[in-house]
Design a binder for this molecule. Structure first.
Ligand code: 4NP
Length: 145
């Protein structure tokens, strides 16, 4: 699960997908394409919206996406078009490229919709992001487990 800062959207996506899969069978992680927030906890507003739905994401710390993630993961989900392009810049070959998808194409195939960046908005933005990611992760969980 990849966004820009790895503090708002992708930590929610990680926590939500983790809650829907068997951790013995599937490894879920998140990262950001930028390094501004490396080592930090998720944003308080992401922690709070997750908590309201019974998901604890306070074990997460932000990290930057690296080329090694192409080897470690079979599926790489970008939250928006900008993240998608920045991940593809690191791809070494067609196999790497084929792992990268826009996460909302799970709920809205071929539309390349963005999960809106909620960083500069209020709590409602985080609630909206949660709802979108919950629907997408339900589909992903059914596919991979
Ligand atoms: P995220 O949100 O990519 O969903 O983690 C953002 C977090 C931080 C910034 C931008 C977006 N920032 O500019 O610091």
């Amino acid at each position: 699960m990849v966004c820009l800062g790895n503090i708002c959207r992708s930590p929610l996506a990680e926590g939500i997908l983790q809650s829907k899969i068997n951790a013995n069978e599937v490894s879920v992680d998140s990262a950001g394409t930028a390094a501004y927030h490396v080592g930090k906890l998720p944003d308080k507003r992401s922690i709070e919206v997750a908590r309201q739905y019974g998901i604890n994401i306070t074990n997460q710390r932000a990290r930057k996406f690296t080329v090694k993630d192409f080897d470690a993961f079979n599926f790489i989900y970008a939250m928006d078009e900008s993240n998608y392009q920045n991940i593809l810049l690191l791809a070494r070959d067609k196999k790497d490229e084929s792992k990268v998808q826009m996460i909302l194409n799970e709920t809205h195939p071929h539309q390349n919709l963005n999960v809106p960046d909620p960083y500069y908005g209020g709590n409602q933005g985080f609630e909206n992001v949660y709802t979108m990611l919950n629907e997408a992760c339900e589909i992903i969980a059914n596919k991979i487990s």
